[in-house]
Design a protein around this ligand. Structure first.
Ligand code: ADP
Length: 643
């Protein structure tokens, strides 16, 4: 954006610098004889102001800018009617009116050689430019402020006008009226000049006080500069006019061409600032009122009139003056003071409105943050549910594959023996037939166990029925679990039992027996024969209110990476999925459900090294921890070797 503006403005800017530089040199060097010099001065002023007018017209624009403005509407007048684009045309009217004034002045002074140059039609041209410039400034797009901000701005405007009028009154306006010219028209026109200067100061104030979007800076800076230059020049001119000091050809003449060239440059910049950037302020105008975010110096600017008017009063006190002028100045000072006090009140109200607006915005922000958080949580919940569903589906698949495999093995055995029996009916002796029938019976038994396991697990997954809470002797439960095992299998292992006799837990004895049975069965299933299996019970080290029961074997162990999954439904170690040992992956899952139902915890400890084995541990709430602690001394005598 900056580059586009710079590219489009460097030519007019160079023209401005060169033109005004040459004109300044002309005024300083005075290269011609007096009558010619005056003519040259007027001519150059008119020419430079006409150049300013050319800047302000939508001609000779860079191709890109022209296309951009033309694209926005088919009718040029429709494009320019928006508040942002009517401004350059109003500035062009300002310049045109001023150039007309200058041309008439030149003709009067240098061609017609009129003796009285004031008031003439040239003044109509000069004075006609001021309403246009005021309109241009009022039409510049800006943010619509809050109602309370608007009231404060209205007071700022009134204070400024009062300050300008009071100062102007004492030094320019009042003396002009007092001076009195021959004609009434002369008096009217004479008064109109200082009033116009006040209009310029007012425009300057509006420019300085407005909140300018950064994109509008190339417009606002030349405008401010133009107003400063023209105001100073006009003020000096007004003063010189009162005291009949002004002559054409003085350095003062440099001010007007420079000021109006700058005005033209500002108008040109307005064509160049991209439409959408200009729209920022336009859109803001449409939107709801916002609090003015002015700099501190902008807010304090109206108070600058206090010292200014103070100095004026001091000056009057020291030097005195016409009572007519003094009365006007004092009235102005009093009105200014009153306005300042009211402005103070309005500014305080504005502050509280802004504060409320800020609080509301903060609340809205917090609410939006909460909503976002809720949405995020909902999203996380959904993705968790999705993941759970995916896992359930995969479990179902695993289950079907696993169960079909497990069921097929005993079924194949049963079918095989049945076929043999039917094929060789009458040819087999009794002993062989009895063996075949025994194999079939064992197959059926195995099928029964499998189906029971599946049914149990399904039941568990629905809900574990609430356990009985009874005092159970752990030694007794272990005893029963061992008695339920096949004695032939027991004989194949070295069994160590280390359970204090008096140790009791609060548990459901059937559940406890089932957990022990599952863990022992696994140890017998997976650990090689002639290895040791240890059942050890003691107070839990982590919790004084729990007893820890451990079943340790010297089998292949559990790989560390599979431990976290081990107690899940239908989970079998990879190694065993294709191994000889059959299982459903439900035993440990059932153990976990039962132990947790009895307020305990279950886990496995294993280094994963073959031969180092695995130790399945679970806790249960103990009945009397103090007595149990004492019981630990009696352990060694209970070790029973069963090899
Ligand atoms: P199942 O034994 O019917 O397959 P479990 O739930 O009892 O089901 O055991 C799950 C898996 O844990 C077993 O398939 C086996 O891979 C592994 N496992 C259980 N106990 C032991 C053990 N003592 N030693 C080695 N692996 C074991």
């Amino acid at each position: 954006m900056f580059l586009t503006v710079a590219r489009a403005l460097w030519k007019p800017l160079s023209l401005l610098l060169v033109g005004s530089g040459l004109f300044l040199a002309y005024l300083l060097l005075k290269p011609l004889s007096p009558p010619l010099f005056t003519f040259g001065d007027n001519l150059l002023q008119g020419t430079l102001e006409a150049v300013g007018l050319l800047f302000a017209l939508p001609i000779l624009l860079p191709a890109g800018t022209r296309e951009q403005t033309e694209a926005s509407s088919s009718h040029w007048w429709a494009r320019r009617i928006s508040p942002g684009s009517i401004v350059p045309l109003l500035l062009a009217c300002t310049l045109l009116s001023y150039v007309i004034g200058q041309v008439i002045w030149t003709i009067n002074e240098d061609v017609l050689h009129l003796a009285v140059l004031f008031p003439t039609w040239a003044d109509a041209g000069y004075l006609g430019s001021y309403p246009f410039v005021l309109l241009a400034i009022l039409f510049l797009p800006q943010q619509r402020p809050l109602l309370s901000s608007r009231t404060r701005i209205a007071f700022d405007v009134m204070i400024t006008v009062t300050g300008i009028v009071t100062l102007g009154w004492y030094f320019v306006l009042g003396p002009t009226i007092l001076q009195g010219t021959a004609s009434e028209l002369g008096q009217l026109v004479g008064t109109a000049y200082p009033v116009s200067t006040m209009v310029l100061i007012f425009c300057l104030f509006l420019l300085v006080m407005r909140k300018n979007v950064p994109a509008m800076r190339p417009v606002i800076f030349p405008l401010i500069l133009a107003f400063v230059v023209i105001t100073i020049t006009d003020t000096i001119y007004d003063y010189q006019e009162i005291h009949a000091l002004y002559t054409t050809g003085s350095l003062l003449d440099f001010g007007w061409p420079l000021g109006y060239l700058l005005l033209g440059l500002a108008a040109r910049a307005l064509y160049v600032v991209p439409q959408e950037e200009r729209q920022v302020s336009g859109q803001a105008k449409e939107s709801k009122g916002t609090a003015e975010q002015l700099a501190l110096w902008q807010i304090l600017l109206p108070y600058a009139w206090v010292p200014a008017i103070g100095f004026l009063l001091l000056f009057i006190w020291q030097h005195g003056g016409d009572p007519f002028l003094v009365t006007g100045a004092v009235i102005g000072a009093v009105v200014l003071l009153g306005l300042l006090m009211m402005r103070q009140f309005v500014a305080m109200r504005e502050l509280s409105t802004v504060h409320q607006q800020l609080r509301r915005a903060e609340q809205q922000k917090a609410r939006a943050y909460e909503l976002r958080l809720e949405a995020l949580q909902a999203e996380q919940k959904m993705s968790r549910a999705f993941e759970q569903e995916r896992q359930v589906n995969s479990l179902k698949n695993d289950f079907i594959v696993n169960v079909s495999h497990e069921l097929r093995t005993p079924l194949t055995t049963i079918l095989g023996y049945l076929e043999l029996l039917s094929e060789h009916r009458g040819q087999l002796d009794d002993a062989v037939q009895a063996t075949f029938l025994k194999q079939i019976g064992e197959g059926c038994q195995e099928l029964m166990i499998l189906v029971e396991g599946i049914l149990n697990a399904t039941q568990m997954s629905q809900e574990v029925s609430s356990p009985q809470r009874e005092v159970v002797s752990v030694a007794h439960a272990v005893q029963e679990a061992l008695e339920a095992c096949d004695p032939r299998i027991l004989q194949d292992y070295r069994l160590y039992v280390d359970v204090p006799e008096q140790l009791t837990v609060c548990a459901d004895q059937h559940y406890l027996r089932q957990v022990l049975h599952n863990l022992l069965s696994n140890a017998f299933k997976y650990a090689p024969t002639h290895t040791g299996i240890t059942i050890r019970v003691a107070q839990d080290k982590a919790s004084a209110s729990h007893v820890c029961i451990r079943v340790k074997d010297e089998g292949p162990g559990i790989p560390a990476n599979e431990i976290p999954l081990l107690f899940g439904k239908f989970v079998r170690l990879k190694r065993d999925l294709s191994g000889k040992v059959r299982g459903t992956g439900l035993g440990l899952y059932i153990c976990k459900q039962l132990v947790e139902a009895m307020q305990g915890q279950i886990w496995v400890e294993s280094s994963g090294e073959a031969g180092a084995g695995s130790e399945f541990c679970f806790t249960l709430p103990s009945i009397s921890p103090h007595r149990n602690q004492g019981g630990e001394h009696a352990t060694t005598s209970n070790i029973r070797e069963n090899a």
